[in-house]
Ligand binder design. Structure first.
Ligand SMILES: Nc1ncnc2c1ncn2[C@@H]1O[C@H](COP(=O)(O)OP(=O)(O)OP(=O)(O)O)[C@@H](O)[C@H]1O
Ligand SMILES: [Mg+2]
Length: 323
């Protein structure tokens, strides 16, 4: 059924909320047509969650039955988006559900009334978004495997046959590959990977920032300064002294905070001072210096120094004199 839904998008771009990322879009659509489970692999803040929500929006409105009450609800695709946050203390019960002991006494342990459904059931006919799946404990990965494989789950010794038919979209941060619980090979074997990266060009990133940020209508952010700011962030992503680099959220943060700084200083236009002032609070905790550099300089000094260099080059190249 979902195959037909997604086949209709041939030749179109159904992911309106994501700018750029043509290749990832193609891969995702192709995987969805075949009802395959997807892992979006990429650094923080580059639109993975936005992507998954966009997939949910594409699903048709549908009547879904609650497993306990049998109540039927008509739900839009975006209302059938369920999120699980992968973390070491996530339990199988969070994901699949649990037997409530009080109700078990009342209705009997094998009755459906004594079962409190977990997130998987809420995702029925929708998108199950499993964020940072590689941080989930192995026990949970095994339970998930059974669900994906057999449409079945085991809770406290009981086998449950579940109707949990969903599109599964998981995420993974490549930086974490070694540091966190790895995905078991058998689970990996059930997913297709789609790689998502930083915005491909300055223009795309500018569009994201201009359109997805909060704006103060009384403060203008001149284009020349925004180019400078974003180009600086983009160059930091290639800086050889950094082992963690600023995300799109950092760009959005700078755009917003520079405006509020200008506003507080009674100005109607952002100038360079407002941008520099926002670095400390927006960028410094989002970068990590390589150990070899860390002992010589702190993050804040590093950014200010890099920015001064960058601004000079920018002015020389563009012939602009920035305020
Ligand atoms: N390519 C893009 N197109 C549109 N918006 C984007 C894009 N990349 C990032 N954004 C914007 O950046 C912000 C962060 O995106 P999102 O929350 O989807 O990232 P994420 O990859 O899920 O991050 P995390 O790994 O931290 O959960 C959102 O405001 C989103 O709109
Ligand atoms: Mg996210």
């Amino acid at each position: 059924m979902l195959t037909e839904t997604f086949k209709k998008f041939r030749g179109q771009d159904p992911f309106n909320d994501i700018y750029g990322q043509e290749n990832a879009k193609k891969q995702i659509l192709s995987a969805l047509i075949m009802n395959r489970h997807i892992v979006l692999v990429g650094p923080p803040g580059i639109g993975k969650t936005t992507f998954a929500k966009n997939v949910a929006k594409l699903l048709p409105e549908m009547e879904v039955e609650e497993i306990i009450t049998k109540k039927k609800n008509k739900l839009k695709g975006e209302e059938r988006f369920i999120r699980i946050q992968g973390s070491p203390d996530l339990t199988v019960e969070d994901m699949i559900g649990d037997i409530d002991p009080v109700k078990a006494m009342q209705f009997g342990p094998l009755s459906i009334e004594s079962f409190t459904p977990g997130k998987i059931f809420k995702a029925n006919k929708g998108v199950l978004f499993f964020d940072e799946i590689n941080r989930a404990p192995e026990k949970l990965q095994n339970a998930l495997l059974q669900v994906l494989e057999e449409g079945k789950a085991t809770i406290g010794g009981y086998d449950l046959d579940l109707e949990a038919d969903f599109v599964m979209i998981a995420t993974m941060n490549p930086e974490d590959f070694a540091a966190t619980e790895k995905l078991s090979e058998v689970l990996l074997d059930r997913f297709d990977f789609v790689f998502v990266g930083y915005p491909e060009s300055l223009d795309i990133e500018k569009r994201i920032v201009r359109e997805k940020s909060e704006d103060l209508p009384e403060v203008e952010f001149p284009d020349s300064l925004l180019n400078l700011t974003l180009q600086f962030i983009r160059e930091l992503r290639n800086n050889e002294n950094l082992e963690r680099v600023p995300s799109v959220r950092a760009s959005i943060g700078l755009y917003e905070r520079s405006q509020s700084n200008a506003y507080l200083a009674n100005k109607n236009k952002v100038d360079i001072k407002d941008i520099i002032e926002s670095f400390y609070s927006v960028v410094s905790h989002r970068i990590r210096l390589k150990p070899s550099v860390k002992y010589l300089m702190n993050n804040k000094d590093f950014i200010i120094k890099e920015f001064a260099k960058f601004k000079e080059n920018f002015e020389r190249e563009t012939g602009e004199d920035l305020p």
